[in-house]
Design a protein around this ligand. Structure first.
Ligand code: SF4
Length: 439
């Protein structure tokens, strides 16, 4: 039995796709093993958003060659679609496959026989129309369920549409079928995943349904305890979705909404499809319907043209917003984007300073959010990992809690009371009361 190992860089979507490709290998009789278990084949799923994607990819290839010097190394993913030639020149790479080809790699790389020159199979991304669904299977705690791929927006900083192509989706029926399979596997939480999931519903180039239609149908699937929307554009997070989710037993009160900038001038330069008032109105409605909802924000600092005043606009806007944490991205130039040619580049030192300021603000926000939750009781889904005798889990509104390891709690949802914030920044819970039997 030939052994295959996977390495994934990047986002939840990549993880979900690696998992799907892994199952394809297993169906064909390959054995999935860890990276260190001398595999015959290595599949490295790359990302174009991460900084130093090229260096990271080269490093993983070097490690693979150390483990199995004769192993076959195939590179797939966004970076492979964007820079196939560059990757094929890396020492040790046997094949590079683009976005459309990666799901057919077993057939295309027929037997994984090494050739003198690396194989490069990456068609123009514009020609990629197929939607390949899938979900990750890890530890039964949570799964990333892919419902949508690609993006029709053209944000001026983003390479994702170039790497993943046009927006396209699964059918509702097929998503429900996947969700039912997941429910049968006793996985407790489903994270809906895609590039622009609010744009769900385009099938074969035509809008057939909307994301809200999917939300309503998924809410009926028995056996799934929690559904989390991974990230959704503010202009696509409609009031009806927010209102529906606020009443749902399954959709959790946690949103991750990219803002990118709190300055309308910058939002326009980035070609985002909303003004900041839209963003704040979404936050207001979510918090009005559920004051304990958790809201995460993506924000980019140091975009070309961002003056100190614009940055402070963002800073004060975020400071006033009732949100719970941010993911801060320091702008970095990407080939083939419009932003690369824009005027007003911000010096790197300044970008880093702004990034640090926002990270500090995010810490403050997160702490304040956690503090506001102390004393409340929540359902926590406990995970598998054990660290120094402790286990961890998340409440439905995304507070990370720590508890003494108890095998009975693994992959279980338990109601607990949040009592304090510890030195590592996670939340401690009230010790469960044990009933001892006496004779
Ligand atoms: S919405 Fe904008 S940032 Fe998001 S994937 Fe599409 S183009 Fe990129």
């Amino acid at each position: 039995m030939r052994k295959v190992a996977f390495y994934t860089l990047g986002c939840k979507l990549n993880f979900s796709e690696t998992s799907t490709i892994g199952r394809m290998f297993e169906e064909k009789g390959y054995k999935k093993v860890e990276f260190s278990e001398t595999p015959d084949i290595f599949i490295i799923n790359t990302c174009s958003v991460t900084d130093n994607a090229d260096k990271k990819c080269a490093k993983v290839v070097r490690e693979a060659k150390k483990i199995s010097p004769n192993g076959y190394v195939a590179i797939i993913g966004c970076y492979a679609q964007l820079k196939p030639k560059e990757i094929s020149e890396l020492e040790g790479v046997d094949a590079v496959l683009g976005a459309a080809e990666k799901f057919r790699l077993i057939e295309l790389l027929d037997g994984f026989v090494k050739t003198e020159e690396p194989k490069v199979l990456a068609q123009e991304i514009k020609e990629t129309k197929d939607f390949i669904s899938g979900y990750s299977i890890n530890d039964r705690t949570r799964t990333f369920l892919k419902v949508q791929d690609g993006c029709n927006y053209q944000c001026t900083f983003c390479t994702i549409p170039l790497a993943r192509g046009k927006s396209r989706s699964d059918t509702i029926e097929h998503v429900i079928k996947n969700a039912q399979e997941i429910a049968a596997s006793e996985t407790k939480e489903v994270v809906l995943t895609g590039v622009n999931i609010g744009d769900f519903g385009i099938i074969n180039g035509k809008r057939e349904v909307r994301f809200f239609d999917l939300v309503k149908e998924l809410d009926k699937v028995e056996g799934i305890d929690r559904i989390r929307i991974s990230s959704i554009e503010p202009n696509l997070l409609s009031n009806e979705i927010i209102e529906f989710c606020a009443d749902s037993e399954r959709f959790v009160p946690h949103y991750h909404i990219p803002l990118q900038s709190g300055s309308d001038k910058l939002l326009q330069l980035m070609r985002r499809r909303y003004k900041r008032e839209v963003y704040s109105s979404r936050v207001e409605l979510i918090k009005k319907l559920n004051p304990n909802a958790c809201i995460g924000v993506d924000v980019i600092v140091g975009f070309p043209g961002e003056t100190e005043e614009d940055f402070l606009d963002t800073y004060y806007f975020l400071n006033e917003l009732d949100v719970s944490y941010f993911h801060v991205f320091t702008y970095s130039e990407r080939d083939n984007t419009e932003a690369v040619d824009m005027e007003g580049a911000v010096p790197m030192k300044e970008r880093n300073r702004r990034s640090k300021m926002l990270r500090g603000l995010s810490e403050k926000k997160k702490r304040a959010f956690y503090e506001s939750q102390l004393g409340n009781e929540y359902n926590v889904l406990f995970e598998h990992e054990i660290q120094d005798g402790y286990m961890y889990g998340f409440t439905d509104n995304y507070v990370r809690v720590r508890a003494k390891y108890d095998p009975m709690l693994v992959n279980e949802i338990k109601k607990v009371k949040l009592v304090s914030i510890n030195e590592e920044g996670t939340v401690e819970i009230e010790e469960p009361e044990y009933v001892y039997e006496t004779h």
